[in-house]
Design a binder for this molecule. Structure first.
Ligand SMILES: NC(=O)c1ccc[n+]([C@@H]2O[C@H](COP(=O)([O-])OP(=O)(O)OC[C@H]3O[C@@H](n4cnc5c(N)ncnc54)[C@H](O)[C@@H]3O)[C@@H](O)[C@H]2O)c1
Length: 437
């Protein structure tokens, strides 16, 4: 891809469309409103708090990322969403129980105005929940056209100059890529004939991309990770990215595993279990949805540790992931990891990680960064898969035949180098020989 010659300025409003008004999206919206009112800090957000080094270490140039690249400002963001439940964003946030009542009270009037549009929903894909706020149509294609209308209406009513969609809906049942996903024409035919391999999230993706709206996928569903949508993204000049926000346990894995590999420490096994009690946990009780999540969580270690290159160190590792729905915990998940490593002469050691995390608190800043970076990418003329945003995902999308980078530090370097490249700055290789000439 050629370096963007010119990046259009972030003029006017940015409309954010969220399929799924649950724990993550309401925590994100409430947070943005609290931050813009000066009542909280955007902790965890690279676009808001991160800096980027430019030039040599001796140059002392490390601007804030938001000052370096032309990002939309928080004050210019407007929100809309879809959900199968009729609760407005305040009621949904109160129900999710992530933010405390004092924080929610401060943004109650704002959140109460965000009412979900009717969802395109199919219980074959999310078995354990059902709701009353659902679109009706002859076939899946009609539902997708209704979503396109919603998008056009929001563009008008919000007076947004640009839009971005971020899927924050439930995890759908596992679907393998099939022939119906291979071209835009076959996809439309399959929507018209109600083909069982067309998930609701694909309808939102099709509607967004064909409306010229970038689409980020926060769940492990296939959604935009199919050739038909990728071709449409190219044709419509639309950036897409996914899949599955990298938050609690997988974030830890992609921080620790690169360290073991860098020091050539071996790994016999990694056992991960989670207890969580939010709606996401409830949906993941269904084996179909769990399989989608499991595939996403399991791939990480294989790619980071490369057992084919290091058979003595990683050839026999056992990797298990469990998710248990346990209502008393709500959104405050607990992730346990037992890691069996070995060192010099094969002597075994163990590491235990007990992460008492807050799922949506970790996910909300990711939604913010993705929305802002996807808007930037579109203004810079970048289209199709945005691999530089792998940093935010458990299963990063890549060009066909390319293996994904899971190592958080490689991902971070890739992201920052992409920003430097976009702005015509030198890339940073960390070679540093010039300091010793
Ligand atoms: N740290 C995290 O929280 C995290 C990390 C990685 C991925 N995710 C994924 O993000 C998604 C959202 O997580 P959450 O905790 O907010 O879940 P949630 O259950 O609180 O919210 C999801 C919402 O989506 C709605 N929904 C389901 N199908 C829909 C459809 N077809 N159209 C519109 N709305 C629909 C549900 O009614 C629900 O309100 C999940 O897929 C989850 O797996 C979350």
């Amino acid at each position: 891809m050629e370096k963007p010659s010119k990046i259009a300025p972030a003029k006017g409003k940015l409309g954010v469309l969220l399929p799924g008004l649950g724990a993550v999206s309401t925590t994100f919206m409430a947070g943005v409103e609290l931050v813009r009112r000066g009542k909280a800090q955007p902790v965890g957000s690279l676009t808001q708090m991160g800096t980027i080094r430019l030039g040599k270490r001796t140059d002392a140039r490390s601007p804030l990322i938001k000052k370096f690249v032309p990002l939309a400002e928080l004050k210019d963001i407007a929100f809309a969403g879809w959900d199968i439940f009729k609760d407005n964003a305040y009621q949904s946030a109160a129900n999710a129980g992530v933010l405390n009542p004092q924080d929610l009270e401060k943004v109650k009037p704002f959140l109460s105005t965000i009412k979900p549009m009717k969802a395109a929903f199919d219980r074959d894909f999310v078995k354990l929940i059902d709701g009353p706020n659902i679109k009706k149509g002859k076939n899946k294609y009609e539902l997708a056209l209704q979503i396109k209308e919603d998008i056009a209406n929001f563009r008008k009513t919000s007076r947004a100059s640009r839009l971005v969609t971020c899927w924050c809906g439930s995890t759908e049942s596992f679907v393998k890529p099939e022939d119906v996903h291979s071209t835009p024409e076959k996809l439309v035919e399959a929507m018209k004939s109600n083909h069982p391999a067309i998930a609701p999230s694909m309808l939102y993706a099709w509607a967004s991309v064909t409306s010229g709206v970038p689409f980020a996928n926060g769940a492990p569903n296939l959604t935009v990770d199919i050739p038909a949508i990728q071709k449409l993204a190219h044709d419509h000049g639309v950036p897409i990215c996914g899949k599955d926000f990298k938050t609690g346990q997988t974030l830890m894995k992609t921080i620790l595993a690169p360290g073991f590999k860098a020091r050539m420490l071996g790994l016999d096994g990694w056992f991960s279990t989670n207890i969580l009690g939010n709606r996401d946990g409830e949906v993941l009780e269904d084996p179909g949805s769990f399989k989608t999540k499991e595939e996403s969580k399991l791939s990480v270690l294989e790619y980071i540790l490369q057992p084919q290159l290091y058979p003595q160190l990683y050839g026999k590792m056992h990797h298990k992931v469990r998710i248990n729905y346990y209502p008393p915990r709500g959104d405050n998940k607990e992730g346990w990891d037992n890691i069996d490593i070995f060192g010099w002469l094969g002597y075994p050691m163990q590491i235990k990680v007990d992460f008492l995390c807050r799922d949506s608190i970790l996910a909300a800043p990711i939604v913010l960064d993705l929305v802002l970076f996807m808007d930037l990418a579109q203004r810079a003329g970048m289209r199709g898969i945005q691999e530089w945003l792998s940093f935010y995902f458990k299963s990063p999308m890549t060009a066909p035949g390319l293996y994904p980078e899971h190592d958080l530090f490689i991902q971070s370097m890739k992201l920052k180098n992409t920003l430097r490249w976009m702005m015509g700055e030198d890339l940073i290789t960390h070679l540093g020989q010039e300091y010793y000439d």
